[in-house]
Write a protein that binds this ligand. Structure first.
Ligand code: ZN
Length: 204
């Protein structure tokens, strides 16, 4: 299983990090070892001084495919979940400045927190406007809707599958809205999808 993450997919978030809004989807990978085991706390790695949360909609791939057209992409997923793409922002800034890959800042153990379940898209009233939010210590810090993504999931699948085969169980993190920020030991994060609390992470 691989985790494909889309960067800069909400224009307000691209702006808050002083990045240009991309003309094509931009992606990077996390290994399966990045998944934070359910109900485990996340221990801030000792090598970062600035660990950020990024709440994101997550699609799970249900069918094997490559060179998938945008028109057929909807056949490759049927449910949606929520996750947090934990990012060592200080380290990412360093490697970005050098033109190096991001994995050191994005792919470490525990960097992919996932909700307890996925919601079937057919059970949603409006698949084009899927709402989600993140609370830190009971205060809303990020809010988003799939409607605000620069590239929607079908465009992402069409783009990524030109380069790599999508396999059953692969996950696609679709980018984060604005409001990313730092976590400290003792913080409690809770992510909501369509009003349902599906993910809780204690930071240690
Ligand atoms: Zn992200």
């Amino acid at each position: 299983m691989k985790i494909i993450c889309i960067g800069r997919n909400y224009s307000e978030h691209a702006k808050e990090l002083n990045n240009a809004v991309p003309k094509q989807p931009m992606f990077f990978l996390k290994p399966d070892s990045a998944v934070l085991p359910k109900r485990n706390p996340l221990f801030i790695p000792e090598w970062t001084k600035e660990l950020h949360y990024e709440v994101e909609l997550v699609y799970k791939i249900t069918r094997l495919g490559k060179y998938i057209s945008e028109k057929h992409a909807h056949k490759y997923y049927d449910s949606i979940g929520i996750g947090i793409d934990f990012t060592a922002r200080d380290i990412q800034d360093e490697v970005k400045a050098k033109g190096h890959p991001w994995e050191i800042a994005k792919a470490f153990d525990g960097s992919a927190a996932l909700g307890s379940k996925y919601i079937r898209l057919n059970d949603l009233e409006n698949k084009e406007d899927i709402r989600f939010e993140l609370k830190k210590n009971d205060e809303v810090v990020q809010q988003g809707s799939s409607a605000d993504m620069i590239f929607n999931i079908d465009q992402i699948i069409a783009y990524v599958s030109q380069y790599m085969t999508l396999k059953i169980g692969d996950l696609i993190f679709t980018g984060t809205p604005s409001g990313v920020g730092k976590v400290n030991p003792g913080d409690k994060l809770e992510a909501m999808l369509e009003g349902k609390k599906l993910l809780k992470v204690d930071i240690k």
